[in-house]
Design a protein around this ligand. Structure first.
Ligand SMILES: Cc1cc2nc3c(=O)[nH]c(=O)nc-3n(C[C@H](O)[C@H](O)[C@H](O)COP(=O)(O)OP(=O)(O)OC[C@H]3O[C@@H](n4cnc5c(N)ncnc54)[C@H](O)[C@@H]3O)c2cc1C
Length: 543
């Protein structure tokens, strides 16, 4: 088949619009079926399909917009069209089994995708197009040249240099030995102002905005997801909770310390019996005079050993029927420990013990099971003061929206690293007398990896800019960015591993670390099915 290897932005538009129409029709019907999202649990599979398809359609439209705005022609345009074709094809496959349930049937599909649009879909997603993208990725070794304005370009370059010089050389050692993040990373990041990027200037931050923060996270994650890329996430979650609901004294006290990297933060929501159902948190906080004592277990608290403070979600109203309204958030000070286990004793008899759970990846920060026993917390550390009583769930969710945006950036950075290592490997590795990159299937795979990454980057950057405008309104978009980017990172790292053959399974090749690191991404900051149903699905179906 002779094929134009340069599909245009007009074709990307055509496909993106068609995908958008199909999703709009599916959403409209799903709203009726679920009674505006109230009966999602009676239609979970349908909701999941529609929510994910809507996310893919949104990524397609954000990518087209980004390429158009940047006036990028040539390969950027080709990649955009190919990525939109991939997303469109995938969302059709996702919705197709539910077309009858949605009351749309084949007719809707034919209406939205007439012959001319289907032909554009085949052209834009043709293997020759993806091979051309893959050849370019091999030539440039997968380099990320997403265009940015001067300021953001400088941010990216500076972090890239820090990541390449300081972090990347240590990443494998930290992973293999399950060592703690070195203090030099924290000091270096603090000196460069990375902890203060999203903190208002009046509280010691640089307030450079969410895109700068995402670019920073992305470049650090490219160097190491666990040893650097995730260091900003926890402070960022607490910052958002404080900005939204902290008292003036609390903001003035804690935010400058966070911005300066003086204090490291752990976030403690999950419990051994409570994960996705956050409203069911049981860990108790009770008054003792002006102060509070915390009792109960928590689990998966990342960086809890090194952290100077833990943001702990507790139940302050003993009546379980209070649900989410019975929860409050505390900033809990503690000493720092560098091992995999710790015990902290307070003079009054309070105790906090922690033990890290061994994990196949995401090593360096260590995630702890904790137990609080009569652990005393000053009354001043109840976020929001007396007005914060019962608002912990709401404040935590505000923090999680920021955490999800961050995680979109983390996923893009990790996937970028995998793309680059894979591109290098397939150029260097010779089989059957030719570099792997000379084979069509390798080129095709690299091309798909590049296109998938471009879509995730587009929706993540769009979410970052939207969060600058209106954090609450943009929260669902941040969740969509997290959803798509994390799946992309899992698939892309595995594709990269396959391209490495047996060496992809060897610990000395970074790609094997990327694979195990990526697998945690769809689990935390809202495990994938919950994100689809209760965050993305709920917000789209309520509209
Ligand atoms: C390495 C790592 C680091 C972490 N760091 C932190 C941290 O720093 N702080 C913190 O508080 N937590 C942290 N977590 C915890 C993480 O946020 C939780 O694992 C996550 O929220 C899911 O909770 P769970 O593990 O209890 O799973 P569960 O809630 O038990 O869910 C198990 C599965 O069932 C599905 N499921 C649950 N309910 C429903 C439903 N109603 N409908 C359909 N499907 C459902 C879920 O989607 C999931 O696939 C971390 C986890 C890991 C692995």
């Amino acid at each position: 088949m002779s094929t134009d290897p340069h599909p245009t932005l007009a074709e990307a538009h055509l496909l993106g619009d068609a995908a958008g129409h199909l999703v709009d029709r599916a959403l409209e019907r799903a709203r009726e079926i679920t009674d505006g999202g109230k009966r999602i649990d009676d239609h979970q599979v349908l909701t999941e399909r529609v929510a994910y398809a809507a996310t893919q359609a949104r990524a397609a439209s954000e990518l087209v917009k980004a390429v158009e705005e940047a006036g990028r022609g040539g390969l950027a345009e080709t990649t955009c069209a190919a990525a939109v074709a991939e997303l469109t094809r995938s969302l059709i496959m996702r919705l197709e089994p539910a077309l009858d349930d949605l009351g749309l049937g084949d007719a809707a599909l034919e209406q939205v995708f007439p012959a001319e649009t289907r032909a554009a879909l085949r052209r834009a997603g043709h293997e020759s197009v993806l091979r051309a993208i893959g050849r370019h990725a091999a030539e440039t070794r997968g380099r990320n040249d997403w265009p940015l304005d001067e300021l953001h370009d400088q941010v990216r370059e500076a972090v890239r240099e820090f990541g390449e010089k300081e972090v990347a050389p240590e990443a494998e050692r930290i992973h293999r030995n399950d060592d703690l993040v070195p203090e030099s990373f924290i000091r270096g990041m603090a000196e460069l102002g990375y902890f203060g990027l999203a903190i208002p200037e009046q509280y010691g931050g640089s307030e450079m905005g969410n895109l700068a923060m995402i670019l920073t996270t992305e470049e650090l994650s490219r160097a190491s997801l666990a040893a650097a890329g995730s260091l900003i996430t926890r402070p960022e979650i607490l910052t958002k909770a404080l900005v939204q609901g902290g008292t003036e004294e609390q903001k003035a006290h804690w935010l400058p310390k966070i911005a300066a990297g003086e204090i490291m933060v752990g976030i403690s929501v999950t419990e051994p019996d409570i994960g996705s159902d956050v409203a069911g948190v049981k860990c108790r906080a009770e008054r003792r005079g002006d102060d509070w004592v915390i009792n109960g277990p928590k689990s998966w608290c990342t960086f809890a050993g090194r952290a100077n403070v833990l943001a702990v979600l507790t139940r302050t109203d003993p009546d379980p029927s209070a649900g989410a309204k019975g929860l409050s958030l505390f900033i809990v000070p503690k000493d720092t420990f560098d091992g995999h286990e710790f015990e902290m004793k307070q003079p009054g008899g309070g105790r906090l013990v922690g033990k890290a759970d061994a994990t196949p990846g995401y090593r360096g920060m260590h995630s702890f099971t904790l137990n609080f026993e009569n652990y005393l917390v000053p009354g001043a550390n109840l976020v929001g003061g007396e007005k914060g009583l019962g608002r912990g769930f709401y404040l935590q969710m505000a923090g999680f929206a920021a955490g999800r945006l961050q995680t979109g950036g983390r996923a893009c950075g990790l996937a970028q690293a995998a793309l680059e290592k894979t591109a290098e490997y397939v150029v260097d590795r010779v089989q059957f007398g030719r570099p792997l990159s000379a084979f069509q299937l390798t080129q095709y795979t690299l091309g798909r990896m590049t296109a998938m990454l471009a879509s995730s980057r587009a929706i993540t950057y769009a979410a970052a800019l939207a969060m600058d405008e209106d954090e609450r309104a943009a929260a669902p978009l941040a969740a969509q960015a997290k959803l798509l980017a994390c799946d992309m990172a899992v698939e892309l790292t595995q594709q990269g591993q396959l391209m490495h053959g047996g060496w992809g399974y060897a610990e000395e090749y970074a790609i094997s670390r990327y694979v195990v690191d990526a697998q945690v991404l769809p689990i935390f900051e809202g495990v994938k099915p919950i994100l689809e149903l209760k965050v993305v699905g709920r917000s789209l179906l309520a509209g």
